[in-house]
Unconditional design. Structure first.
Length: 547
C-alpha cells in the first residue's frame, strides 16, 4: 500500500512549505526510506517558464529540461534525488490532460466535471510519482481558502480512504511584540478551521514564527485545532535553512509521521529500517556555517531582480555550498545593475568576488557590462552565468577587440558585431514557453584550461535555460584578443561555446549553463568551490596590501 505525506499551507503564502517538505524528506531518507517529492501548483500555466520572477521567484530547470517551480530546487538540495518535470504538477497540466481525454472520447459521453474527473486526474499524477518509493511527499501550492486549490485539496482528501496518508499543515503564528513575547494563535485556528471544512484534519501543525513556540501556546493550538500537543511543531526563523531537519528531529516529527503512516509497530512493515535519524551530515554543515571563528568572504550578485529575494535562490545557495566546501562563511549582497549605471561601479571594491547571473530583457544590461569591465581591469574574481557569460563576451569584444557597439541581438538588433545571436533553430519562434535550450546537455572541455582544472574531466553534463548563444563567427577574433573558449557543446554539426575564461586573470570565467541547479550542500558544485576559494585568496591579498 502506498504511503503519502501531504503538506498544505495557511494564513499566507511564502511560509516555507517547500523547505518544510524537503526537511521531512531529508529525515525520512536518513531513516532509510526511499522518498520522492512533488509540488502541486494550482496555477493554470503548464510550467513556470513564462512567469515573472518578481511574482513567482526563480524558475528552476530539471535535468530533463522542464521549467518548474523553485521548490524543486529545495527538494534536490535536501534529498538524494534528481527531479524531473513530472515532479511539478500544475493545474494547467491537469486540465490540459483532462481536456485531451475528453476530445478523444475517453469519458464515453459523460459530463466532464471537477469531481470526479479532475480530481481523479490529480490522484493519477500523484500515484504515478509514488511508484517505486516508500513514501511520496506532495506539497500543495498556495494557501487553504484559495479557490484554485480546491480541486487539489479535494483530491488529497479522497486519498485518505485509499492509502496510508499523513497531513502536515504549515501555518503562521505571529509574534506581535518582541518585548512581551505575545504569540497570536487565531490565524492558525482559522486556517485549520478552513482546512477541516474541506474535510482534512491535519495530523501535524508546523508553526512558522520568529521564535520557538512556548508550551502554553502549543497546548492552546492543540486544544482548538484538535491535534496532539506533541504534533504542534515549531519552525522558527533560523540562520540557515539547513538547520530545519535538526529542529524537526528534536521536535519528534519523524515519530509522529511513522506512527501515522505505519502504525504502532512499523518494524513489521519495514524490518530493516534504522528508525532513529542520525543526521550527522546535517550537523556537520550547520556547524561549519555557524562556526563563530570562521572567516568570511563577501560576494556581490549584480542582477536586476533584486527586489524579489527568491529570484536567485539556487545561486545564493550554491555560493553558500562553495563556502561550506572551503569552511568559509559567505556574505551575499544583491546589487541592482541599474544603479551601477547611475552611480558607478566603485562599490564593487568592497567585495571579494562578483557573480553576474542570468536574466532576460535589456534593463540593467549596461550596468552588468560595467561591472564586468571593473572586475577584469582590477583582477577581481568574477563568475558569469548564462547572460552573464554573454555580457562578458560583449565587454571583451568592445574594450579589448575594439568591436565598437558589439552586443547581443537580444538587446540591439542593429549592432554591427552581433557576438551573441540566435541560432537558426531559434529564429521565427513565436511560442515562448518551453522553446529555449533547456535541460541537461553534454559538454566537451578543453584540456589545459581553468575549467578543466575545476572539473578534472573532459566531458560533463550541465543544465541550460537560454535562447541566445555566443556566435561562432566571432570566436577567432575574440581568441586573438586573449579570450579562451574552454568548453563546447554541439547542436547538429555546429560547435557552440559553453565557457570562456581569461588565462591572465585571477578568476575570470563565464559559463553558458546554470551550475547552481546541480549544487547541493553535501556535493557543492566544483565551479562554486573554486570561485569561493579564489575570492578568499583575493581577500587575503587585499588585507596584506593594506597592512
Amino acid at each position: 500500500m502506498e504511503s503519502f505525506i501531504f503538506v498544505t499551507g495557511g494564513v499566507m503564502s511564502s511560509l516555507g512549505k517547500g523547505i518544510v517538505s524537503a526537511s521531512l524528506g531529508a529525515i525520512l531518507e536518513d531513516m532509510g526510506f526511499s522518498v520522492n517529492i512533488v509540488k502541486l501548483d494550482p496555477y493554470i500555466n503548464l510550467d513556470a517558464g513564462t512567469m515573472n520572477p518578481y511574482q513567482h521567484g526563480e524558475v528552476y530547470v530539471t535535468e530533463d529540461g522542464v521549467e518548474t517551480d523553485m521548490d524543486l530546487g529545495h527538494y534536490e538540495r535536501f534529498l538524494n534525488i534528481t527531479t524531473k518535470g513530472a515532479n511539478n504538477i500544475t493545474a494547467g497540466k491537469i486540465y490540459y490532460s483532462v481536456i485531451m481525454k475528453e476530445r478523444k472520447g475517453e469519458f464515453l459521453g459523460q459530463t466532464v466535471q471537477v469531481i470526479p474527473h479532475v480530481t481523479d486526474e490529480i490522484k493519477s499524477y500523484i500515484r504515478a510519482s509514488a511508484k517505486g518509493v516508500d513514501v511520496l511527499i506532495a506539497e500543495i501550492g498556495g494557501t487553504v481558502g484559495d479557490i484554485e486549490s480546491l480541486p487539489f485539496l479535494e483530491a488529497i482528501r479522497q486519498m485518505k480512504k485509499e492509502s496510508r496518508t499523513s497531513y502536515v499543515h504549515v501555518t503562521f503564528v505571529p509574534l506581535l511584540s518582541k518585548t512581551s513575547g505575545e504569540f497570536k494563535t487565531k490565524p492558525t485556528q482559522h486556517s485549520v478551521m478552513k482546512l477541516r471544512e474541506i474535510g482534512i484534519q491535519p495530523d501535524i501543525i508546523v508553526c512558522r514564527s520568529e521564535k520557538f513556540i512556548p508550551q502554553d501556546i502549543r497546548k492552546k493550538i492543540s486544544l482548538f485545532c484538535d491535534v496532539d500537543e506533541e504534533a504542534v511543531i515549531s519552525a522558527p526563523d533560523v540562520d540557515t535553512v539547513y538547520e530545519l531537519p535538526l529542529i524537526f528531529r528534536k521536535e519528534g516529527v519523524h515519530k509522529i509521521i511513522v506512527k501515522k503512516l505505519f502504525g504502532t509497530e512499523p518494524v513489521k512493515i519495514f524490518p530493516l529500517k534504522p528508525w532513529e535519524p542520525k543526521l550527522s551530515k546535517w550537523e556537520k554543515i550547520v556547524s561549519i556555517m555557524k562556526k563563530s571563528e570562521a572567516e568570511s568572504v563577501r560576494i556581490a550578485i549584480v542582477g536586476k531582480y533584486i527586489s524579489q529575494e527568491d529570484s536567485y535562490i539556487s545561486l545564493k545557495e550554491a555560493i553558500k555550498h562553495g563556502g561550506i566546501a572551503n569552511e568559509l562563511k559567505t556574505e551575499i549582497t544583491l546589487i541592482d545593475s541599474e544603479k551601477l549605471e547611475e552611480d558607478g561601479v566603485e562599490i564593487l571594491s568592497n567585495f571579494d568576488g562578483v557573480v553576474i547571473p542570468g536574466g532576460f530583457g535589456s534593463r540593467g544590461t549596461e550596468g552588468k557590462i560595467n561591472a564586468i569591465k571593473y572586475c577584469r581591469e582590477n583582477n577581481i574574481s568574477i563568475l558569469g552565468i548564462c547572460l552573464g557569460m554573454q555580457l562578458m563576451v560583449v565587454e571583451f569584444g568592445r574594450n579589448i577587440c575594439k568591436l565598437e557597439r558589439a552586443h547581443s541581438v537580444e538587446f540591439d538588433t542593429s549592432t554591427p558585431y552581433p557576438v551573441v545571436d540566435l541560432l537558426e533553430n531559434q529564429r521565427g519562434i513565436d511560442k515562448l514557453g518551453g522553446t529555449m535550450r533547456l535541460g541537461s546537455w553534454k559538454i566537451k572541455i578543453k584540456e589545459k584550461t581553468k575549467i578543466y582544472e575545476i572539473y578534472k574531466t573532459t566531458q560533463i553534463y550541465e543544465r541550460h535555460r537560454h535562447r541566445y548563444e555566443i556566435s561562432p563567427n566571432f570566436i577567432d577574433i575574440l581568441e586573438r584578443g586573449g579570450l579562451t573558449f574552454s568548453a563546447f557543446s554541439y547542436i547538429g554539426d555546429l560547435m557552440i561555446p559553453e565557457s570562456i575564461e581569461l588565462q591572465s586573470h585571477r578568476w575570470f570565467i563565464g559559463v553558458q549553463f546554470h551550475p547552481e541547479f546541480k549544487s547541493k550542500p553535501f556535493a557543492p558544485h566544483p565551479i562554486f568551490v573554486s570561485f569561493i576559494k579564489s575570492c578568499y585568496e583575493y581577500k587575503n591579498e587585499k588585507e596584506k596590501s593594506i597592512c
